[in-house]
Design a protein around this ligand. Structure first.
Ligand SMILES: C[S@@+](CC[C@H](N)C(=O)[O-])C[C@H]1O[C@@H](n2cnc3c(N)ncnc32)[C@H](O)[C@@H]1O
Length: 364
């Protein structure tokens, strides 16, 4: 085997404190089980060190398998070289042992694993989401049909928005904005913050019906509901017009490129020329071999594949999607672990509307 330059070596004992979220995270155990099931450590040990060779041998989707290997490298189960080759660590050597195989092989007896992750092997082979196959419907349809699920997801979003919302309200030039449309605005946390900080501003929130009920409650509690329109509908349909700014916060990462493009085109169509679209997302680095990789984002990227068939994107990937939809990059800022990408509509609304008809109509 050719000598490789080690990109990441993680000393679990000294470099990585064991936090509760490290220990409670279910993704890595599933990834380890898939690797064991596909006998990846044995294949790497045999000299198949490149993603494409491995994908070929195990009949997997190369890109999806690469995402799996990257996460395993981030977790210290493998090491990835600057040339994109993989090598074993003590942990992956241990995964070749009889007892580990017995315990971790997905086909083996005795494995009882968290239900929504049980389709990861298929996700890795096909590059498609597992959740709808496990539960018979998309994540969003599932959330819509269960108030308990919607509520707990809402609570998670509130906590998350607390990490980027206040800074976004403070740092963006909102004083120029009289009407903002929060597309897929969730339970209204951001809109509540914005309208509270800007008493003359009006807002529109578009989301699925069950979520808009929670949004109404939150906006009423914030005392801003009288300046809001809460629209129960889909962002794959025509959006309300008249906003100077259309916000897409943590929405595009929920969708593969075709659907993400369709959502952007709906924003372009509604905003009209000169209108602005703000994309707030965690933005990953390029993902090329040798580039630094954010461990949490690598985990989220794989989780998005598993649950929705979507992905975390780099700034360049967002810019490409936006450009195709008729947007030009205006400005960029970092807000904690999130990025704010401001795009300006450059295409004519008529062209955008035509594009929408030609692409996806409903993604749920
Ligand atoms: C990850 S959450 C982001 C919520 C909010 N923007 C935030 O950052 O807290 C994605 C949102 O998209 C909404 N959503 C999913 N499919 C939708 C659709 N077809 N039309 C409108 N909203 C949708 C979900 O209900 C959810 O509130």
């Amino acid at each position: 085997m050719a000598a490789v330059t080690v990109l990441r070596v993680i000393d679990l004992e000294h470099d990585r404190p064991h936090t509760l979220s490290d220990l409670a995270d279910l993704l890595t155990p599933w990834a380890i089980r898939v690797a064991v099931t596909l006998r990846l450590p044995e294949l790497i040990d045999e000299g198949l060190t490149r993603v494409d060779e491995l994908a070929d041998r195990v009949s997997a989707d190369t890109v999806a398998l690469g995402r799996l290997l990257r996460l395993l490298a981030c977790r210290g189960v493998l090491v990835e070289s600057t040339t994109g080759e993989y090598a074993l660590t003590d942990i992956s050597r241990e995964m070749m042992s009889e007892s580990a195989r017995k315990w971790l092989d997905l086909d083996g007896a005795g494995n009882r694993l968290e239900a929504s992750y049980s389709g990861l092997l298929e996700s890795i082979r096909t590059g498609e989401a597992a959740y709808p196959k496990t539960f018979g419907c998309s994540v969003w349809r599932d959330f819509e049909s269960s108030s308990g699920l919607a509520e707990s997801f809402g609570a998670y979003l509130v906590e998350l928005a607390g990490r980027w919302g206040p800074e976004l309200v403070e740092r963006y030039g909102w004083s120029r904005v009289s009407k903002v449309v929060d597309v897929g605005g969730g339970d209204g946390t951001l809109l509540g913050l914005l309208l509270t900080a800007h008493p003359a501003m009006r807002g529109v929130l578009v989301d699925l019906p069950a979520t808009t009920l929670a949004a109404r409650r939150r906006l009423a509690a914030a005392g801003v509901l009288d300046r809001c329109e809460v629209v129960a509908g889909s962002f794959f349909e025509r959006l309300p017009i008249g906003g100077e700014v259309y916000v897409l916060a943590q929405v595009l990462h929920d969708w593969p490129d075709a659907e993400a493009s369709a959502i952007l085109r709906r924003c372009v169509e509604a905003a009209g020329e000169g209108g602005r679209v703000l994309v707030i997302e965690r933005v990953r680095c390029t993902g090329r071999p040798g580039q630094p990789v954010d461990e949490a984002l690598a985990a989220m990227d794989l989780r998005m594949l598993l649950l929705i068939g979507s992905l975390e994107r780099s700034a360049a990937q967002f810019a490409r999607l936006a450009e195709d939809a008729g947007l030009a990059l205006g400005s960029q800022a970092v807000i904690g672990e999130f990025s704010l990408l401001e795009f300006v509509v450059r295409a004519s609304p008529a062209r955008s509307a035509k594009s929408v008809r030609l692409s996806v109509s409903a993604g749920n």
